[in-house]
Design a protein around this ligand. Structure first.
Ligand SMILES: NC(=O)C1=CN([C@@H]2O[C@H](COP(=O)(O)OP(=O)(O)OC[C@H]3O[C@@H](n4cnc5c(N)ncnc54)[C@H](O)[C@@H]3O)[C@@H](O)[C@H]2O)C=CC1
Ligand SMILES: O=C([O-])CC(=O)C(=O)O
Length: 329
C-alpha cells in the first residue's frame, strides 16, 4: 500500500494538489485531512477513475488520516495578505505544523514529510525537532518544498530569453524560501545566459524570482497567495519523491530545503563555515529519500553576494523554528 496524506486538503493549495496526486498510479490510497470540508473534497475526487482509493478526514480524525502513511504533504495553515512577510505567518502556522508533526510521530513515524506551510525556513526545523523529540527523526525524510522557486525561475528566464524552453530549463535555487534567502543560480544555465545579461537585467530577474510570491499576493489582493502554481510545484515534488522511493528511479534531482545532516559528511565544511543546519540545495533522491546533497557548484561573485545576504536571515528563521519546540520541552 502506498498511502499519501494531504494535510490541509480542502484549502487553496490542498484541493488542486490532491487533484494532481489523484492522477498518479503510484498512489494506492490518497487520504485527505482538513479541519473543514475534507469529506466533501474526498467524495468529489473519489469519483475520478484512477487507481487510488480516496478517504476524507475531518477535525478529530487526524490519527486515522495519518495512520501508516508513506508520505505526508502539509499545505495546512494560513496564507499571506498584502503587506505581510512569510515570517508573519509563524504565529499561527508554527502550532499547526507542530501538531501535525506530533501526529506523524505517533501514526507514521517512518513517513516522508513534505512541508509547504510557511514560513518554510522555520516550519521544517519545527517538524524535525518534533520528530527528534520522539526519537523518530530521519533527516533524509523531511523536506521543505521550495520547488516553486525553481518553477518560477524556469518560467521567468524563458520570458527573458524566449529560445529557452521553460519546461526543460532547470534552475538550481539555493538558500531558503523567502525574499533574500532565495538564491537562484542563474550562472548555471547553459549558453552563458547570465553572463550575457546586463547587471540591470540580472538584478531585475533575480529580484523577480526572490519576490515572485509577493507578485501573486498583490494580484490576489487579500484573497491569499499562490495556490495553483504551488499545487503544480507540490505535485511535481511529491511525484518525483514517489518515483525514487517506490519505482526506484535513480538520478532524480530537485532543489529542496532540508537538514544538512541528511548528508552530514559532504556538508560538514559548509555547515562549519556558515553555521547553517538547514539549507535549500539540489538533492538527488534515492529509495531512502535524500540519497545525496549535490555539492554546490562554483558561484559567481554576484551569487556569492546573494548567499552572504541570505545566511543571517536563514539563521534567525531556523533558530526561531527549532526553539519553538526545544524551548517548550
Ligand atoms: N512552500 C511554498 O512555496 C508555498 C507555501 N504556501 C503556504 O501554504 C499554506 C497554505 O496556503 P493556502 O492553501 O493558500 O491556504 P488556505 O487557507 O486556502 O488553505 C489552508 C487549509 O489548511 C487548513 N487547516 C488549517 N489548520 C489546519 C490544521 N490544524 N489541520 C489541518 N488543516 C488545517 C484550512 O482549513 C484550509 O483548508 C500557507 O501557509 C502558505 O503561505 C503557499 C504558496 C507557496
Ligand atoms: O508568497 C507566499 O506567501 C506564498 C509562497 O510561499 C510563494 O508563493 O512562494
Amino acid at each position: 500500500m502506498v498511502k499519501v496524506v494531504v494535510c490541509g486538503a480542502a484549502g487553496g493549495i490542498g484541493q488542486p494538489l490532491s487533484l494532481l496526486l489523484k492522477q498518479s498510479d503510484l498512489i494506492t490510497h490518497l487520504a485527505l485531512y482538513d479541519v473543514v470540508n475534507a469529506p466533501g473534497v474526498a467524495a468529489d475526487l473519489s469519483h475520478i477513475n484512477s487507481k487510488s482509493q480516496v478517504s476524507g478526514h475531518g477535525k478529530g480524525d487526524m490519527d486515522a488520516a495519518l495512520k501508516d502513511a508513506h508520505t505526508v504533504v502539509i499545505p495546512a495553515g494560513v496564507p499571506r495578505k498584502p503587506g505581510m512577510t512569510r515570517d508573519d505567518l509563524f504565529k499561527i502556522n508554527a502550532g499547526i505544523v507542530r501538531d501535525l508533526a506530533e501526529g506523524v510521530a505517533k501514526n507514521c513515524p517512518g513517513a516522508f514529510v513534505l512541508v509547504i506551510s510557511n514560513p518554510v525556513n522555520s516550519t521544517v526545523p519545527i517538524v524535525c525537532e518534533v520528530l527528534k523529540k520522539h526519537g523518530v527523526w530521519d533527516p533524509k525524510k523531511v523536506f521543505g518544498i521550495s520547488t516553486l522557486d525553481g518553477v518560477r525561475s524556469s518560467r521567468f528566464v524563458s520570458e527573458v530569453k524566449p529560445s529557452l524552453d521553460p519546461k526543460s530549463t532547470r534552475v538550481t535555487v539555493i538558500g531558503g524560501h523567502s525574499g533574500v534567502t532565495i538564491v537562484p543560480l542563474l550562472s548555471q544555465i547553459p549558453g552563458h545566459f547570465a553572463k550575457n545579461l546586463s547587471q540591470e537585467k540580472l538584478d531585475a530577474l533575480t529580484h523577480r524570482i526572490q519576490y515572485g510570491g509577493d507578485e501573486v499576493v498583490k494580484a490576489k489582493d487579500g484573497a491569499g497567495s499562490a495556490t495553483l502554481s504551488m499545487a503544480h510545484a507540490g505535485a511535481r515534488f511529491t511525484l518525483t519523491l514517489l518515483e525514487a522511493t517506490i519505482s526506484h528511479t535513480a538520478g532524480l534531482v530537485e532543489s529542496t530545503y532540508v537538514s544538512l545532516h541528511a548528508d552530514a559528511d559532504s556538508t560538514a565544511s559548509f555547515r562549519h563555515k556558515t553555521g547553517l543546519d538547514y539549507f535549500a540545495q539540489d538533492i538527488e533522491f534515492g529509495p531512502e529519500g535524500v540519497h545525496r546533497i549535490v555539492p554546490l557548484p562554483d558561484l559567481s561573485t554576484y551569487e556569492q553576494t546573494l548567499l552572504d545576504a541570505a545566511i543571517p536571515e536563514l539563521k534567525v528563521n531556523i533558530a526561531k523554528g527549532a526553539s519553538f519546540i526545544t524551548d517548550s520541552a
